[in-house]
Ligand binder design. Structure first.
Ligand SMILES: C[S@@+](CC[C@H](N)C(=O)[O-])C[C@H]1O[C@@H](n2cnc3c(N)ncnc32)[C@H](O)[C@@H]1O
Length: 251
């Protein structure tokens, strides 16, 4: 028997914690260019989907589908077995989803089968492991979703990568993904914020509580600010997020 999609559990409250950031969205839509048809895989609640063209959302978790608000059609399914015909979309896109797939390369081959172009938002684990949050939650580094996270070079083993764009995260970013609060450390102590980040919500409860206690103590004593306070003055930061474009140009 296959296990139920993990986001049926950890996705509760997702739409509240995770709202598309307008600056990030503009960069994604810029890379989508003139694509007329888009397959959004691991689509979740619909963040970053354009509303001015044809989009089909593919998502395994019913809980995520339940929280969608736009009117795009949806199909329940996984990247590894896309329920659509060969070459049926201009672009297939995957936003912060590839590290969750059970068979990454099989999923990537599926994206290539169904679309002329592929657009992925991923994080490069070689860079994100240096993010200060890992100091408080060191078990993140050995978590399956971290070990499974592809570098752009890993993606290029299957996809014909044409561009890798660094996605700097704005200081007042609104989408609560793991690196969102790089300059607002106190936000990681909020249970609602933790619930919106698979990196923290999938951690053992005791491990998460210990990390939070260490972070709270360092914020209270000024130790965090002594080491990382400079971040509070920056307008944006590169934590390792990358937009990867692959495939043929869309005419
Ligand atoms: C962090 S959420 C991202 C959701 C959405 N793309 C967004 O940007 O808000 C990751 C999503 O990937 C989905 N997912 C997990 N395994 C998957 C798989 N094998 N194929 C497709 N999607 C998957 C999860 O159910 C979840 O909705």
């Amino acid at each position: 028997m296959t296990s139920p999609p993990i986001y049926d559990t950890i996705g509760v409250g997702y739409a509240k914690a995770r709202r598309a950031d307008a600056r990030v969205e503009a960069q994604i839509h810029n890379l989508l260019g003139g694509a007329a048809s888009i397959l959004n895989i691991g689509a979740g609640t619909g963040n970053y989907e354009p509303t001015d063209r044809l989009v089909l959302a593919v998502e395994p978790a019913g809980e995520m589908l339940r929280q969608r608000t736009n009117s795009h059609p949806v199909v329940q399914g996984v990247a590894e077995a896309l329920p659509v015909a060969d070459d049926s979309f201009d672009v297939s896109m995957g936003i912060l989803t590839v590290h969750h797939w059970t068979d990454r390369n099989r999923g990537l081959r599926e994206l290539k089968r169904v679309s002329r172009q592929q657009l992925l938002w991923v994080y490069d684990p070689e860079i994100t492991k240096q993010f200060w949050l890992a100091e408080y939650f060191p078990s993140i580094a050995v978590a399956p979703w971290e070990v499974n996270a592809p570098t752009p070079a890993d993606l290029a083993e299957v996809l014909d990568v044409v561009e890798v764009r660094t996605l700097e995260i704005p200081a007042d970013c609104t989408d609560g993904f793991t690196g969102c609060y790089w300059n607002r450390p106190d936000r990681y102590l909020d249970p609602d914020v933790q619930a919106g980040m698979s990196t923290l919500s999938k951690l053992d409860q005791k491990v998460r509580a210990e990390g939070c206690a260490r972070l709270a103590a360092d914020l209270e004593s000024g130790a965090w600010d002594a080491k990382y306070g400079e971040l509070r003055t920056q307008e944006s930061f590169d934590i390792g997020y990358r937009l990867v474009l692959a495939g043929q140009p869309i005419r």
